[in-house]
Design a protein around this ligand. Structure first.
Ligand SMILES: Cc1ncc(COP(=O)(O)O)c(C=O)c1O
Length: 389
């Protein structure tokens, strides 16, 4: 071989069958070859195991799919390049012109945009209710043919709690699919309910370190394989290196989620005692309107604590800017604590009465509690509150 050919056709290092790496290697390759064309065609048709092209599947992303499906108590998963890629691929694959979606004013803004603006362009209709409106949900599902109900719990940012069993029962009775964005609660929660499809942003608790984005669609083998072909042509693909980083993040998932949720409860209890705080939103507090439901549904209450300051928007912003241990930025679920001021939480696409229904006020602050010592976080919150005067 000449040297120009040699650098392209590099030596292969095969491991013996009884010799395995403790950390799975990253299959950082777009293409996989098979020796025979008819075998490659069979692999493409799913008639034999094997990989062909990483937009369709890749061993590293597949490892992550199997891990997440198992944790969420379902059979299969598709991982995507971001949470919103998982949500958009799922909705585009499931909906037809003339379908109706039941959604909620408390749903993550870009998901609302997908339903209210993007899918509307293709003739998909919607109703937006509040997630607390159990009777309204049952009424819409019983009276209007509905393709799917799309919901979150706890909701972003004021941590409202969906009655998951009741929504799923009403959806099943109506022949509608239940699709739950379970990002806030995590993979270890809500699997016991009759949810058809779980969606997750892996950018949050799965990665855990704020350094990689991803998303997942998780459900039965039947639903997920019906969606896989559509997903492979929409192209929301997760890169194998990102999948590797998320797999690494998942090794400490339970070591992070539980302690961070315990810290969130401590912070929420402390905030409730502060005179400058008008109201704390955290499902772990007895004062939360659906605390008992949350305690039944979830193993712990998540790491997001929101509160309304007894102040105007400008003062709430000054408070957030005075925090030293909380980074003022988007996202959640990482080991660093984060804070968002009311300006960044206002739903700009909703009508004034829908904003009121969403529970977000002009002094709502959202905290994502990280892995720091909660005592330090409380000292930091205290010094920032003291500056409110
Ligand atoms: C509940 C929820 N779902 C989905 C997303 C979107 O995830 P990503 O940013 O990974 O696209 C977010 C992002 O904040 C979120 O909070």
């Amino acid at each position: 071989m000449h040297e120009r050919t040699r650098v392209i056709h590099q030596p292969a290092v095969e491991l013996p069958d009884d010799n395995r790496p403790l950390v799975a290697p990253i299959y950082q390759t777009v293409k996989f070859e098979l020796d025979r064309v008819d075998e490659a065609l069979r692999a493409l048709r799913g008639e034999r195991p094997g990989f062909y092209y990483s937009r369709l599947s890749n061993p590293t992303t597949r490892q992550l799919e199997l891990l997440l499906a198992g944790l969420q108590g379902r059979e299969d998963a598709i991982v995507c390049g971001s949470g919103i890629a998982a949500i958009s691929s799922c909705l585009l694959s499931l909906c037809h012109t003339g379908d109706h979606i039941l959604g909620f004013v408390e749903t993550y803004g870009p998901t609302r945009h997908l339903v209210v603006r993007l899918l509307a362009k293709f003739g998909v209709e919607h109703t937006l209710l509040s997630i607390d409106d159990d009777e309204g949900i049952e009424h819409v599902l019983a009276t209007r043919p509905t393709r799917l109900v799309f919901f979150e719990s706890p909701t972003n940012p004021v941590t409202r709690i969906a009655d998951v069993e009741r929504i799923c029962r009403a959806a099943r009775a109506a022949g509608a699919l239940s699709v739950m964005d379970n990002t806030f609660a995590g993979f270890h929660n809500h699997g016991q309910y009759d949810v058809d499809l779980f969606l997750h942003s892996l950018t949050k608790y799965a990665s855990g370190h704020g350094d990689v984005m991803g998303g997942a669609i998780i459900g039965s083998r039947e639903l997920v394989s019906a969606m896989r072909h559509d997903a492979s042509t929409l192209g929301p693909v997760l890169d194998p290196h990102a999948a590797f980083l998320i797999l690494r993040g998942m090794k400490t998932y339970f070591l992070r989620y539980g302690p961070q949720a315990a810290s969130a409860l401590e912070v929420a209890r402390w905030l409730e005692d502060q005179p400058a705080v008008a109201r704390v939103h955290y499902p772990g507090l007895a004062s939360h309107p659906r605390h008992a439901l949350a305690a039944r549904q979830m193993r712990e209450f998540g790491t997001i604590v929101s509160f309304d300051l007894d102040a105007d928007m400008e003062a709430a912003t000054r408070f957030v800017e005075a925090l030293e241990l909380f980074a003022v930025t988007a996202s959640l679920g990482s080991v660093e604590s984060l804070a968002l001021p009311p300006q960044m939480l206002q739903p700009r696409d909703l009508a004034p009465e829908q904003v009121t229904a969403s529970g977000i006020t002009r002094s709502t602050v959202r905290l994502s509690i990280g892995a720091e010592d909660p005592a330090d976080l409380i000292i930091d919150l205290g010094q920032a509150l003291a500056k409110l005067g």
